[in-house]
Design a protein around this ligand. Structure first.
Ligand SMILES: [Cu+2]
Ligand SMILES: [Zn+2]
Length: 179
């Protein structure tokens, strides 16, 4: 008789990877207009895809009922968070899209961040890329929700924060669950 409802298949415990070391991280900073935004996006490679964990503070706040902020969240192709007055992170370029897909099927299209009085925490799995493929690219947070329909980028508005995805090599680096 089976010991559990999992039957003969081994259960998958993806979250246990969070006790280990992420392969890469992006340190997020806001644009000149959003200097309070800061945080980290961590990338953990698993054999089912990449677990992405984002913790971001200093986002635009709203406590008004029915007006909670939602922020578009993507990996962009570019390797720099430089820009100009019109677009502070112009060099991040467009959504990471190695397979020529339409939005929201770009590899870099991620679940949006839900604001909680300026704080967002998100953790999800995606098998659209490996950590190796996105290393050196950029994570972008937008000021509007992604509508997951409009081309080419979901009408998610201005880029308000950015970070370059960097491989973690420093063994003293602090992780999500430091011991
Ligand atoms: Cu974007
Ligand atoms: Zn997209």
């Amino acid at each position: 008789m089976e010991r559990s409802s999992f039957g003969g298949n081994s259960p998958v415990y993806l979250l246990s990877v969070l006790y280990g070391k992420p392969q890469a991280a992006a340190h997020i900073t806001g644009s000149d207009s959003y200097p309070e935004i800061s945080g980290t996006v961590w990338f953990y490679q698993t054999n089912k895809g990449v677990i992405v964990c984002a913790e971001i503070s200093g986002l635009p706040r709203s406590k008004a009922p029915c007006q909670e902020h939602i922020f578009g969240f993507h990996i962009h192709t570019g390797s720099s968070c430089e820009g100009d007055m019109a677009d502070p992170f112009a060099e991040a370029m467009s959504h990471y899209d190695p397979h020529g897909c339409e939005h929201p099927h770009h590899a870099g299209d991620l679940p949006p961040l839900f604001g909680n009085d300026g704080l967002a925490l998100s953790l999800f799995l995606t098998d659209r890329f490996s950590v190796d493929e996105v290393e050196g690219r950029t994570v972008i947070i937008h000021d509007h929700p992604d509508d997951f329909t409009t081309q080419p980028s979901g009408n998610s508005g201005t880029k308000i924060a950015c970070g370059v995805i960097e491989r973690i090599t420093d063994s003293c680096q602090q992780y999500v669950f430091p011991n």
